[in-house]
Structure formats: C-alpha cells, structure tokens
Design a binder for this molecule. Structure first.
Ligand SMILES: Nc1ncnc2c1ncn2[C@@H]1O[C@H](COP(=O)(O)OP(=O)(O)OP(=O)(O)O)[C@@H](O)[C@H]1O
Length: 263
C-alpha cells in the first residue's frame, strides 16, 4: 500500500535527529534507506511503525495518517522487524510467530485454521519450517532474525518495515531473504547498510545524512562514486554486476577515508 512520509521532523532528548524527511514508497515498491551510522534511518522507520511520535510531519499509509488509526488497525497495515530485537521470549518459535496474528483475533479467542496456515507459511518462507517447537531464546542470532521476520510476515501487513533485516544472516540466508522480498512485492521500507544488497533489491534508494534525505532515486542514479565519497567518506568504483547487471560497488578498502561534512 502506498506509503508517504511527509516533512518528518523527530527530536530525541531535545535534539533534532531527523528533519524535513520526505520519502514515498508506491504500492509494491521496495524503498531502501541507506546512510552512515546515526544518520536517522532507524528513527524514520520507528515513526512508521509508531514506536516514535514525530515532532512534525506525518506518515500516510494508503492515504490514512497512521497516528489516527487504532493499535489494531495500524497492526493490520504495518508490520516491523525492528532493530531492538527481543531475546527474552520464553516461548516456542511457533508461539513467537503466532504473535503476528494478534491483530486478527478477538480477545481471548483461540487460533483458527487461517492463523495456523499463516504461521506455517511464514515459517516456511524464512526456512524455519522444522523449528516450530524450538525455544526462541535458544536460537542463534540469525535464526531469531528469521523467526521475527516470519512473525512480521504472519501479520500479513500492507507495509513491511525492516530495520537491517540481513544483520546476523550468513550469505545464503541474506540472498534468500532478498529473494523473498523481491518475490513478495509488498510495499517495503528497508534500512540496510549493505549497499550492494540494497542495489539488488530496492526499487528506489533514499540516502540519509545528518538526519536529512540528501539523494533519492533508483540505485543506479543514487549510488555514484561521488556520493559514496561525500556521504560515506570512502573511495569506490561503481561497476556493472557481471551476473545481474545491477550496480556493483567495489570499495577500495586500502584507500584512506575522506572527511565527510557532519550535521
Ligand atoms: N533515544 C535517543 N535519545 C537521543 N538521541 C538518540 C536516541 N536514539 C537515537 N538517537 C540519535 O539519533 C540519531 C539517529 O539515530 P538512528 O538510530 O536513527 O540512526 P541510524 O541511521 O539508524 O544509525 P545506525 O546505522 O547506526 O543504526 C543518532 O545521532 C542517535 O545518536
């Protein structure tokens, strides 16, 4: 569902950390938020899943201001894989994923077959179909990550918000997760550090720097050697990926880093 972040300002502990942010994700589009540490990516995403209240501006999902929705209404619209990931659930994997079905239940109602199917399908999609009975707290970081993604998928939202979803994942599971996102074609807002992964999966990228969007466009438009030097302070060449044709950033890990302008 079309999601618009309009003129967003967020202040935390009295300091403006995000200002004037405008990001649009069309229906079915995967919009990537990239930028250096502390540039405001998670803060923007937190306003979309209502973890933070903006100081100014608003987030519209399908034309509705998400702050005007009830908790249940917004949970049916937006599901998140946040950066702060619970590790203390003394629940089974299946129970954690079933939490994603809460917005569809009446109080104290049990699980119906639709819920069971949604949970099973979500676990299958993240490659954890055989792990339903395992204790969540006994999983590895990458396994937990995949289970929490399954919980978000089981929520069957109109908009997925993913904060660093490939963190902790080995390369195969990174590739699988990106393929899953591409297959799903659900409106997705994604914060991601891996710029090559971003180039392969995102329709449009929005570069945050010092709490502001400094570039928006397709990965090819945005990921230029000049921008990588200016915003990230690194030397890199952007070439065509020999297998996919996507932009491929070859970082020069030996070069000294450049100074970047702060906020
Ligand atoms: N609770 C808080 N109180 C005060 N400042 C905060 C708080 N949370 C985040 N910040 C600050 O807000 C700014 C943006 O942080 P944010 O987590 O959104 O950045 P990010 O781009 O997601 O970073 P990273 O890539 O490191 O995850 C940073 O300067 C951070 O220190």
């Amino acid at each position: 569902m079309r999601t618009a972040i309009e003129d967003l300002d967020v202040a935390l502990s009295g300091r403006t950390v995000v200002s004037g942010v405008r990001i649009m994700a069309e229906e079915g589009e995967i919009a990537g938020l990239v930028g250096p540490n502390g540039s405001g990516k998670s803060t923007v995403l937190r306003t979309v899943y209502r973890h933070l209240r903006p100081h100014a501006g608003r987030v519209l999902v399908g034309g509705a201001d998400i702050r005007a929705l009830t908790a249940v209404q917004s949970a049916r619209q937006v599901a998140a894989l946040p950066q702060e990931r619970g590790t203390d659930f003394e629940l089974s994997v299946r129970e954690v994923v079933a939490m994603g079905r809460t917005p569809y239940k009446r109080a104290f109602a049990g699980e119906d077959p639709t819920d069971g199917d949604a949970v099973a399908a979500a676990l299958d999609q993240v490659g954890m179909a055989g792990a339903g009975r395992r204790r969540f707290s006994a999983l590895s970081g990458g396994e937990r990550q995949r289970v929490l993604l399954a919980r978000a998928l089981a929520q069957d939202p109109k908009v997925l918000v993913l904060d660093e979803p490939t963190n902790h994942l080995d390369v195969r599971h990174q590739v699988e997760l990106l393929a899953l996102l591409r297959r799903h074609r659900r409106t997705t807002l994604l914060a991601i550090h891996d710029l090559n992964a971003a180039a392969s999966v995102c329709d449009r990228l929005h570069v945050l720097h010092g709490g502001k969007v400094v570039a928006s466009g397709t990965p090819r438009e945005v990921l230029t050697a000049g921008l990588l030097a200016e915003v990230f302070g690194v030397r890199a060449a952007v070439v065509d990926h020999p297998l996919t044709g996507d932009p491929l950033i070859a970082f020069d890990h030996r070069a000294p880093v450049f100074p970047v302008s702060g906020r």
